[in-house]
Design a protein. Structure first.
Length: 442
């Protein structure tokens, strides 16, 4: 049984004094990060080797507290300061792994200086927090904070991150370990192909349409109103901060609605199907390749949908098959497999077409979903065939058989687990999940 690490997020209600201490903690974490990054950059510009992690940590935390200009670092707990340093070192590790080719995927840029932006966070390990019996969360040098428990934690948390969102709300995010108990198997017939789009959020091979909620489009008029109000206010004034807070609340509501929608739809798909075939999407390319669809693409949050779907399927013991986005699922007729369907972005307006080879009438999205499912099942068959051939080859090797304790000849066949690629996607700008009480996946 596998162990998964999951985040559980809850709303907290700190007192005015605790808010002041949290603001100091956020500021100290930001200062430690920037001071350390300044040391790393100076060493790089001087052509020196990267400084040791321990030496830099001591310089920006322990030694800095003894200087008058950084003495206020001692007013907060040292645990989030150390975690801030670990996060910086991990960011540098990811950057160098990308340069050396060890890390695959989108480009990883070097860490940048932090600023006093809308979202602030600080991480506490087990040495810096405790869960009290009265239901409150104790944070080092901050005190007991009231937590709105929407559900019980499945196990003891290993760390907690305190977050101040852009709209002024406070949240805590616990990292807990849970046993990966798969859902009951639904059989070979519980398969589905999913075609993602813009006119409809998703269409399945069974003909079910998931309509696009378009949360951002529905709130666009209010967002424009508050954006104009912010632009009229003087820079760094209290009126501008108040107007920015109103705008942030609208964006936070849109993000929470989008996240809740994706959580519900992915949960339903995972519970109802054993195998899910989806098409890999270049979300970033869809939003920037001169098609003037950027706002609609980001409003759909297709990259977030694929990421959450893959994570939930892995926990539930389901199989997600990634079909290459260059597979012509729209052009192929699902009845006779002739390539007679609409082609290119010039024919995106064609939502229903008739196959000139067999005369079948197709809905564009349903036909694509059926083809995606067919291609996904073909990919699974190929993986199983390769695994079977590998087992057969091992049985023919010298020494593949041996005697057991009873003297019988037995074969040393090993089991080969088929690993299906998870959907790849671009960075979903503007679709980062806002903190809420739902569980998220690391």
């Amino acid at each position: 049984m596998t162990v998964n690490h999951i985040r559980y997020q809850y709303r907290i209600y700190p007192t005015p004094g605790q808010r002041i201490m949290l603001a100091r903690t956020f500021g100290c974490c930001r200062t430690v990060w920037n001071d350390a990054l300044r040391i790393f950059r100076a060493a790089y510009q001087a052509g020196e080797d990267r400084p040791a992690f321990g030496a830099v940590t001591t310089a920006v935390t322990v030694a800095a507290k003894r200087r008058p200009e950084r003495s206020w670092l001692g007013e907060v707990s040292c645990v989030p300061l150390q975690q801030s340093m670990r996060q910086l070192y991990a960011a540098f590790g990811n950057f160098f792994d990308f340069l050396s080719g060890k890390r695959q995927g989108p480009r990883v840029n070097p860490p940048r200086f932090k600023r006093r932006s809308a979202r602030q966070s600080a991480e506490f390990t087990r040495n810096g927090f405790r869960l009290r019996e009265n239901g409150k969360l104790y944070l080092a040098k901050i005190g007991e904070v009231k937590v709105a428990w929407s559900r019980e934690l499945p196990s003891g948390p290993s760390s907690v991150t305190v977050i101040k969102a852009a709209d002024g709300k406070y949240f805590v995010s616990f990292v807990v370990a849970v046993d990966g108990a798969p859902l009951p198997c639904l059989g070979e017939d519980a398969v589905v192909g999913i075609d993602l789009g813009l006119s409809a959020f998703a269409v399945t091979s069974s003909g079910k349409r998931i309509e696009s909620p378009k949360f951002l489009r529905r709130a666009e008029r209010k967002i424009k109103k508050y954006q104009r109000a912010v632009s009229r206010k003087q820079q760094d004034s209290n009126n501008r901060r108040k107007a920015s807070l109103k705008l942030a609340k609208v964006h936070a509501r849109v993000a929470a609605q989008r996240r809740d929608f994706i959580e519900q739809e992915t949960t339903r798909l995972v519970r109802e199907n054993q195998v899910l075939a989806v098409e890999t999407l270049n979300v970033k390319g869809m939003a920037t390749k001169g098609m003037h669809l950027g706002k609609s693409v980001h409003d759909q949050a297709l990259g977030m949908f694929l990421c959450v779907l893959a994570a939930k399927a892995a926990r539930a013991g389901r199989t997600v098959i990634a079909v290459d986005r260059f597979y012509a699922s729209t052009q192929i007729c699902s009845a006779c497999e002739a390539t007679t369907g609409p082609k290119g972005k010039d024919e995106l307006h064609i939502r229903e077409w008739t196959c000139t080879a067999c005369g079948a009438v197709h809905d564009r999205d349903v036909n694509a979903a059926i083809n995606i499912l067919r291609e996904g099942l073909r990919l699974i068959a190929e993986v199983e065939q390769l695994a079977a051939g590998h087992r057969k080859a091992r049985n023919t090797l010298p020494g593949a058989e041996s005697e057991n304790a009873c003297g019988d000849r037995v074969s040393k066949t090993g089991s080969v687990s088929a690993v299906v690629e998870t959907p790849s996607h671009g960075e979903e700008a503007g679709t980062r999940a806002e903190p809420d009480s739902r569980e998220t996946y690391r």
